[in-house]
Ligand binder design. Sequence first.
Ligand code: ZN
Length: 231
Amino acid sequence: MILPILDTATNNLLEELQKDFEISFETKNINYCEVFQKNNIATIYYNPEHIDTSTIAHELLHIWLTKFNYSIGNHIFLSTKSDKKLSKVLNKFLCDYITNCCDHYKMYPKFIEMGFSPDEFLKDSLEPKASFKDVKRLKLKFWGIYNSKAINVYIGSLFSILADHVENDYTQHFLYLKKLDYDLYSIISDFWNKWKIFDIKNIDAIYNSDLDLANSFIDNMTEWVKTKKIV
Ligand SMILES: [Zn+2]
C-alpha cells in the first residue's frame, strides 16, 4: 500500500474512518480518484502522478456516509427491478447516479468544513450540471408512446441540476422540464426537497426512515407509469 501525502484535514478524516473501516490505497493509471467499497473494507484508487488531496477527501466522505447506513438508489433499484415498466426507466446506472447525488448533497458541507473550496468538490465543479441545449432536445413521447431512455435521461438530468452544489442558473431548464411533464417534475423535486432536510444521522424506522422516503418516490413513480405505454 502506497499512502499518498495528505493534508491535515483529510488525514484526520482518514484516521477517524480507520476506527470503523479497513481502508487501503492503490495506485492506478486513472485521471480521477475512485473508491471500491464492500461492507467495512474500502480501497481507494488514485494516480500518484496527478495527486490532489481534495479528490481523496471526496472519496473518504463517500466512505464516511456509509456509516449512516441509508439506502436510496439501491433500494429503488431492488424494489423496482421486477416491475416491467419501472425497471425500464429506473435502471442500475440511474439508481447509482441518484445515490451519488444524494451522497454529494449530504457530504458537501463537511467537505467545505474541511477547508476545501467549491471548485474542488467535483471535476468541472463550477460548470452547469446539464446544458440547456441537451435538456431542450428531450422528448418523452412519440405518438403518445413514452420512451424509457428519454424518461431515464429526464430523471438523471433533473437530479444532477437539483444536486448541484454551486448556484448555477437553471431557470430555463426547470421551465422546460416542467412543461415537458409537470407530474414527473413534481415527483423528483418533492423527493429531493425531502432528501435535503432528511437527517441521515438519526435514521429511525418510524419517524425518520430512508426506506419510507425511497418508497414514496417508488409509489409516485408507479402511479405515474400506470396509465402510460412505455417502450
Ligand atoms: Zn462523489
